[in-house]
Design a binder for this molecule. Structure first.
Ligand SMILES: [Zn+2]
Length: 171
């Protein structure tokens, strides 16, 4: 059984080549191969073990509240959402093998494009904030002439003033 699962989950050579040519991130490649494998398993007869394992639920016991270990169904849902494929209709789509493969490939490309755009935007934001001139000091101390750029600086200054004046005088 384990041998079957390992063989079924290993990434086919054509997807590895695809990933190297297109330079997909490993995260995207994993999601892509997960969706391809799910579509492949879906076409199997219901009584086959590889289909029974990921899509069935136990009859007894229940999942506890709070953080859960993710099931295959949960990670599949995340992958479908990332690739812009509807969770409600993916099973019908996966039955048409050629269209399903095309949908997964285009989903991977769009996911990768979104990821690259988000990373570039994040980098641009980080660079622009790093070279931004510091804001002017506008917060005034009510007791002296010092000014502060952030409220926390004023609070720290007031604490040091309070400590200085609350100490007992020696003379
Ligand atoms: Zn002051």
């Amino acid at each position: 059984m384990l041998g079957i699962l390992v063989r079924r989950t290993s990434i086919p050579l054509r997807y590895l080549q695809f990933s190297f040519v297109r330079h997909l991130m490993i995260h995207t490649v994993l999601m892509q191969s997960r969706l391809c494998w799910a579509g492949h398993v879906l076409c199997m007869p219901d009584h086959w073990l590889p289909k029974k394992l990921p899509f069935r639920e136990l009859q007894h016991g229940k999942r506890s509240l709070g953080g859960q270990k993710k099931r295959f169904k949960d990670t599949l849902k995340v992958s479908l959402k990332a690739f812009n494929i509807s969770y409600n209709s993916w099973e019908q789509a996966a039955m048409k093998r050629r269209k399903w493969r095309a949908a997964v490939c285009s989903g991977a490309e769009s996911h990768e494009a979104n990821r690259i755009a988000a990373a570039e935007q994040h980098r641009k934001d980080r660079k622009s904030s790093a070279f931004k001139s510091p804001t002017a000091a506008t917060i005034l101390c009510p007791y002296c002439t010092r000014t502060f750029r952030a409220r926390i600086g004023l609070i720290s200054h007031l604490c040091s003033l309070r400590d200085r004046f609350s100490q007992p005088q020696d003379d």
